[in-house]
Ligand binder design. Structure first.
Ligand code: SF4
Ligand code: F3S
Ligand code: FES
Length: 248
């Protein structure tokens, strides 16, 4: 069954832009990215949109659907009423290049600031060993597809551009935690996470966890444990409060 979707898309570039109406025919079972592609094919051939896998695995098609950070290829039209207007805008926390495409360089710059793993000496037989539980702990963190939706939603940078210099963001707190929990890594990342990466600016709002398409428990499994590692929990009021009001 098909119907006409009331679709609105932000069009513009770094100089400015506006949301425009693109009513488009859609069918049952389609996702927002299908509708965007149909607009591109039939009404606006120059509409800029970044995508690749159409399977929720490449992290390219990040945008905001009705103001909420989403992967467009995983956002089902059936989640909305047929007469509802769907407005698609670029990620707000990053500079627009054109239409729905943003410049996510900020994230790559933050990645460069993070020291890579530095392994200790091998065992006498030339091998390195780690416990199975340590292998498994890191698996969740490695599911990250670098869609940067968590970076986009985090209020620390979303509404405060000037915080970007001092704040690496949830995707990188995840990486700090992954490496800090790695039993063979010899770096101590705690001071770096708290200082240069701005872990202390996170006040555990959990919005990052809510938007993660991989379902990674960013706050519970990475950020709070890192905060606990950095500061004795008795002296970190946010960890104390998190425990008190049941955030964990
Ligand atoms: Fe995307 Fe989740 Fe990775 Fe953040 S942690 S970049 S939301 S996959
Ligand atoms: Fe931001 Fe996530 Fe912390 S949204 S404030 S990094 S819990
Ligand atoms: Fe790859 Fe959407 S196109 S995640």
């Amino acid at each position: 069954m098909s119907y006409t979707l009331k679709l609105r898309i932000w069009r513009g570039d770094k100089e400015g832009g506006e949301v425009k109406d693109f009513p488009v025919e859609v069918s049952e079972g389609e996702v927002v990215l299908d509708a965007i592609h149909r607009v591109q094919a039939t009404q606006a051939g120059d509409l800029a949109v970044r995508w690749n896998c159409k399977a929720g695995k490449c992290g390219s098609c990040s945008a905001e659907v009705n103001g909420r950070p989403r992967l467009m290829c995983m956002c089902r039209l059936s989640d909305f009423e047929e007469d509802e207007t769907i407005t698609v805008t670029p990620m707000r926390a990053f500079p627009v290049i054109r239409d729905l495409v943003t410049d996510v360089l900020f994230n790559y710059e933050k990645a460069k600031e993070l020291p890579s793993a530095q392994l200790g000496p091998r065992d006498a037989d030339g091998k390195r060993r780690m416990a199975q539980i340590d292998v498994e702990r890191g698996q969740e963190f490695r599911k990250c597809i670098e869609c940067f939706l968590c970076q986009d939603v985090c209020h620390v940078v979303r509404d405060h551009e000037d915080n970007k210099e001092a704040f690496a963001g949830p995707r990188f707190f995840l990486r700090y935690a992954e490496l800090d929990m790695h039993p063979l890594d010899t770096h101590d990342r705690r001071e770096l996470a708290q200082g240069a990466a701005g872990l202390g600016m996170c006040n555990i709002t959990k919005c990052c966890t809510e938007v993660c398409p991989e379902g990674i428990k960013i706050t519970d499994n990475a950020i709070i444990p890192m905060k606990e590692r950095v500061v004795d929990r008795k002296y970190d009021p946010l960890v104390w409060l998190g425990n008190k009001i049941g955030l964990r």
